[in-house]
Ligand binder design. Structure first.
Ligand SMILES: [Zn+2]
Length: 247
């Protein structure tokens, strides 16, 4: 279906921003569109993180009084978050539903995403300058793509050592909102400012003493939860390279 038809709905309240550890949450149905055995569901608020910013869709289920959705994909259109998946039964507007995340996948994404921020820092420390990020995947088969053609000069062992020191030091991770004109006062060691969209208010994610950057993903509260970061391989192409890592 044409998802732009759903963008006239009220903006979805993104519970996952301020409560990334909420696994179950009650919400209200704003719109449901059935398509064969699948369906699209829009709620007033959600704990499901949509695909974007390098983070994969959350998966899980949404249960109403007459139906159930096995959520396989979550998309953001404008300010509206759309849940998609296999549907048994039906949903009606204004009914109360229970959202439940599949926590192993979400927690993995939180750990991998936070590990990505730490790798940005480790590269900066080892290379002595911020390296611009071009793209990222913080799910399974995680990587960060950086700009430049100096991957042969990367000291992988040193980068992993710096990254894992941050993990074992147990640095706190916090997020907060800052108006556009004040963003420069809060960010530090940020690698990807060129990719940040122009907004009135930014959500800043800060790992204490490490870096602070605009980010719309979900992160762990403390770097200890990552346990270990391993760089598996580097893939090089013209003026860019991908650092594949696992946790
Ligand atoms: Zn992030």
């Amino acid at each position: 279906m044409d998802l732009s038809l759903l963008t006239s709905l009220k903006s979805t309240i993104k519970i996952f921003y301020d409560e990334p550890y909420s696994k179950v949450y009650d919400a209200t149905v704003l719109k449901f569109v059935h398509e064969g055995s699948k369906g699209y569901l829009v709620l007033d608020k959600t704990i499901f993180h949509p695909q974007g910013g390098g983070q994969p869709s959350d998966v899980g289920q949404i249960v109403g009084s007459m139906g159930k959705m096995d959520v396989r994909k979550v998309m953001e259109k404008g300010n509206v978050i759309v849940h998609w998946g296999k549907v048994e039964g039906n949903f009606v507007e204004n009914e109360a539903v229970k959202c439940e995340l599949s926590w192993p996948e979400r927690f993995y994404n939180m750990r991998a995403h936070t590990a990505g921020h730490i790798l940005d820092y480790a590269l900066l420390k080892v290379m002595g300058k911020p390296i611009t990020t071009l793209s990222a995947n913080h799910g399974p088969n995680a990587y960060i793509e950086y700009e430049g053609n100096f991957s042969k000069n990367l000291n992988i062992c040193k980068i992993m050592e710096v990254a894992n020191e941050i993990v074992s030091l147990g640095k706190n991770v916090k997020s907060y909102y800052v108006r556009k004109e004040l963003v420069d006062k809060f960010i530090f060691n940020a690698p990807n400012l060129g990719r940040v969209p122009d907004l009135e208010v930014y959500r800043i994610v800060e790992i204490e003493d490490v870096n602070a950057m605009p980010c719309g993903g979900t992160h762990v509260a403390n770097t200890k939860e990552i346990e270990k970061i391993k760089i598996n391989r580097i893939e090089e192409s013209i003026n860019k390279f991908k650092v594949f890592y696992s946790i």
